[in-house]
Design a protein around this ligand. Sequence first.
Ligand code: 13P
Length: 255
Amino acid sequence: MRKPFVAGNWKMNLTKAEAVALASGLAAKAGAFGSTEVGVIPAFVHIDCVAAAVKGSPVGVGAQDMYFEKGGAFTGEVCASMLTDLAVKYVLVGHSERRHVIGETDALLNKKLHAVINAGLVAILCVGEKIEERKANKTFDVCKTQLVEGLKGLDKSKAGQLVIAYEPVWAIGTGLNATKEQAQEVHAFIRGELAKIFDAATAAGIRIQYGGSVKASNAAELMSQPDVDGALVGGASLKVDEFMGIITAAAAAKK
Ligand code: 13P
């Protein structure tokens, strides 16, 4: 049984005081997490104070990005040792905003994924199609390419450090979530591709989160799907009660 995993991607939001208050508010409710693993993913500049706010609680802290080099003259970038130093556990790799707004390529993301995993961190590799790709029936092709290229060279012995997030670009921040059927169809496809890349037993152990307009009100039906193992949440992770609704829905669905 895969442990459900719900993570809040706070993106480029919140002041330091707001980030600390949100983190503390969430940690205070840890008694209601049930079986769900919970992570928060603040902006780099808030990681240290958020990690302090959740210290001693089961809330894990992640980073939204990471550069693949170990250190040196890379102005503006952040490397793995800087993150492990702050007790970071997870790193997002290839969030759609990194791919489509910043222009990161599969080749770059593959280097980042290896750097994250080699540092002993958990990589959350994000994949998903744009609306025009879905309309052109290219959803599976796009997800497959992003998986195959992103995971190139990764040994199955490292699969315990891998989480996949399926985030259809058209569902992110739009209020238009994938239906439970749409999510399950792509999650099952992704698990099948993971079985080809690694093997069936390894694929069966990898958690696949759904992301894209997840809210407390739609979480139960999305989490009811067999291959949906949790959620990567944007806007709805910025309010403790709304985020808690998603966490408890995941725990209830995966009992
Ligand atoms: P929303 O939940 O705001 O749609 O964002 C999803 C997302 O991009 C999480 O990484």
